[in-house]
Ligand binder design. Structure first.
Ligand code: 13P
Ligand code: SF4
Length: 311
């Protein structure tokens, strides 16, 4: 059965109007990740993947950046734009994978593998970025690893992303044991089942999935990479191997195409913590302010800038 394409709301709700009014009074910009709730994405100034959000946060003209996402995203915005007020809608919206590695455990690893550069996925805390040589996202991990002159690199914290980088470069990639519980739960049987149910559909997978799943995909890419791939494709049906929040834009931007979630339970509870109410409260009360101490911000910015300089 085709995925139930629910209609898009044409009129804004009262709460959405309130947020937009306050937002323009405060010269605020709302940045939203592609996994946010539909109604949050609807009123954001910019919705994107982690790489696009970092680039936008570094260049945007405003007084306040209001982040609808998880902690590491607002931290990156604050690292890149220290003169702006950066607010995160829900302070306990964390990425569990980012918390799987700490700065002191990374220092131990660096001592063990002395001289080998560290590539930190943006899904890390500011302290960990400060200990790293360069950042990467799901959109550019291969390019980042290739950009380094070294034959061996350390790739943290996602073991699946590290394996994907190793599979696509000639480098030796030393991985940490972290993972995203939303993507890591996918098994090859899920792909076989979805393909049997939708034999004409192309399968797109996020590189946070296991390698055995990625090897079954027609295309492996970031969330916004999936949007570009689906838009450019002449095919009409797609199985979506990432968090279901992406379905909103996929369906909205491609009304003539059909999208099936790989698994209905690919839901990140942390990304869903932000609601319209929390956006409004954040703007009214300046909660929650994200500010990174300079001794962490400066080295963390170096790692982010090095990634952003790659084209
Ligand atoms: P991207 O949108 O950069 O692909 O990231 C996925 C993710 O899990 C962010 O938390
Ligand atoms: Fe972290 Fe995975 Fe949620 Fe992204 S989807 S915020 S990687 S737990």
């Amino acid at each position: 059965m085709p995925f139930d394409n629910k209609p898009f709301r044409l009129r804004r709700t009262f709460l959405q109007e309130e947020i937009l009014k306050l937002k323009s009074q405060r010269r605020a910009i709302i940045l939203s990740h592609n996994y946010q709730r539909d109604e949050v994405q609807e009123i954001a100034d910019f919705v994107g993947d982690s790489l696009e959000l970092s680039r936008t946060a570094a260049t945007i003209d405003c007084d306040v950046i209001l982040f609808a996402g998880v902690t590491f995203m607002a931290e990156s915005a604050s690292i890149l734009s220290p003169d702006k007020m950066v607010l995160l809608t829900e302070i306990d919206a964390i990425c569990p994978m980012a918390d799987m590695i700490k700065d002191f455990t990374l220092r131990d690893m660096k001592n063990r593998y002395s001289g080998i550069p560290v590539v930190a996925y943006v899904n890390t805390t500011a302290d960990v970025k400060a200990e790293s040589d360069i950042c990467c996202t799901s959109a550019n991990v291969v390019k980042v690893v290739e950009s380094l002159p070294d034959e061996r690199v350390i790739c943290i914290p996602d073991k699946n992303l590290a394996l994907w980088a190793a599979r696509n470069t000639k480098k030796e990639v030393i991985a940490w044991d972290g993972f995203c519980h939303v993507h890591d739960r996918v098994r090859p049987e899920d792909v076989k089942k979805a393909r049997a149910e939708h034999p004409k559909a192309l399968f797109m997978a996020h590189p946070e999935c296991r390698l055995e799943v990625l090897e079954m995909a027609d295309h492996v890419t970031s969330t916004s990479g999936m949007l570009r791939f689906a838009k450019a494709s002449s095919e009409k049906e797609f199985i979506v191997g990432t968090e279901i929040g992406l379905m909103y834009r996929l369906r909205k931007e491609n009304p003539d195409k059909v999208f099936y979630p790989l698994r209905e339970d690919m839901v990140c509870p942390e990304m869903k913590k932000t609601t319209l109410r929390s956006l409004l409260r954040a703007l009214k009360e300046n909660n929650y302010l994200i500010k990174i101490p300079e001794e962490i911000r400066v080295p963390a910015k170096r790692a982010l800038d090095r990634m952003l300089m790659l084209r």
